[in-house]
Design a protein around this ligand. Sequence first.
Ligand code: F6P
Length: 529
Amino acid sequence: MAAESISTLPTWKKLEIHQGEISRVLLNDLFANNPKRGIDFSIEEAPLFIDYSKQPVNHDTINLLVELAEARGLRAKIEDLFNGQVINRSENRPALHHALRSKTDHQVFVEEKNVHSLVVSELEHMEAFIKLLHSGEIKGFTGKSINTLVNIGIGGSDLGPRLATQALHAFADGTIQVHFVANIDKQEIDAVLERVDAEQTLFILASKSFTSLETITNANTARDWLARNGAENPCNQILAVTGKPDAAKAYGIRKENIFMIWDWVGGRYSLWSAIGLPVAAAIGINRFRDLLSGAEKMDHHFRETSFDQNIPVMLGLLDVWHINFFGSETLAIIPYDQSLALLPDYLSQLLMESNGKQVKQSGEFVDYNTGAIIWGGIGSNCQHAFMQLLHQGTHHIPAEFLVASRANDNNIEYQRLLFSSCIAQGEALMHGNQGHEGISNDQLIKGNHPSITIIYESMTPETLGMLLAMYEHRTFVQACIWGINPFDQWGVELGKKIALDISATIEGNSVIREFDSSTRQLIDRFSKA
Ligand code: F6P
């Protein structure tokens, strides 16, 4: 029997009527009507402070959104997530990324194995490796101590560790230099190999499937580069982080250099696993554990806090409010924090690969919009790039600002200017310059544009852990409202297969299969180059 569409839910219909009412009220007027609005529509879970008061909501809105969450069974779905239920229906798996950072054994079992025991054991494996690495006891093929790690991975095997390593650069002591290679464009690996010493460099082949074309191709290049530089057993300087240890062994990687990740952790949710090895190498295992602790703190907040004071729940519901009731198709992530420059890229995979879906968990097609397009860039650079469109453009684009109240280097003047620039954008988006003297239409900024501002004291391992776990759970909240599966990604498979057909056609210079005239002519242009 066809499952009930959410658009027929009584609460959904109440929200549609409410949207018609509240959309006629300017954000400025919402503030004029409630001097305490700022604090009324903010949530603090230290060190995070979330100000969502510049959103088109009042207390009725919040009550209706919470009512929608209850109607969609969000509370039970959160418990299913943490209890290891098979919530990734299409792949018949649980989603246990939260177990990677849990200090408590919640007695969750997968195939009769205790998940917590597996996680603890692999974390100990990481810890032992990182301590040997930092003490200089891990040597290259000429006996020199290893001082460089190159992570070769893509998607969730790259974006999380790349973001965290950059975000936490202030906590790296420089003992180990870390580089990242992801792209099948050889320029990326060439640029890294030019800068590292084969005698002191370890490579991490990070691939849950151990099949990603980009990663295997780049690993082969690294292996051959090591050999060309004198390594008799190049694979001795390659580690693997994978769910396929047998494939890693067959590749020639030593057993003790193979770190496990499991099917019950999605790639885009895997930073907290051995995929985070480069982060631990850069900042040390203790600070990596602080990252995990921050994420665990957010897990407790998400699982134990009432919905109206629950950060992932409220932000996920606000996303639904914009997407399904205001017709918004994108969300702009704008960190005024250079250390979070990669956050938009990371969140584009997390949110778009999770919720870019057209089918419900029941297998039926949705008849409403689902995941939004996630884009953005750092401030204050954005003010000299895309902020014009947000201020005077014609699209409804919620903006999300993130900024520290204190810089890691404590430079007051710079942080004051950065912080002021960030807060000014939210204010300008909301107020505009309506009513200012002598404003032409060209100069008119209508305002009434929504934004959220996330403030934290400074970017630390715990803060980053909390922040990224918040976005993971926010993704889950959206998916629960829409009834979709955020943990599979069947949509990426077709392109990979066609690429192999095209590559084989070019390589063999014969027609592997018929292509359309566009693809055919494009192939021909490569072949004739
Ligand atoms: O983009 C598809 C995808 O499977 C991602 O979900 C994943 O993070 C990435 O490719 C890399 O996969 P693997 O870690 O198996 O190489």
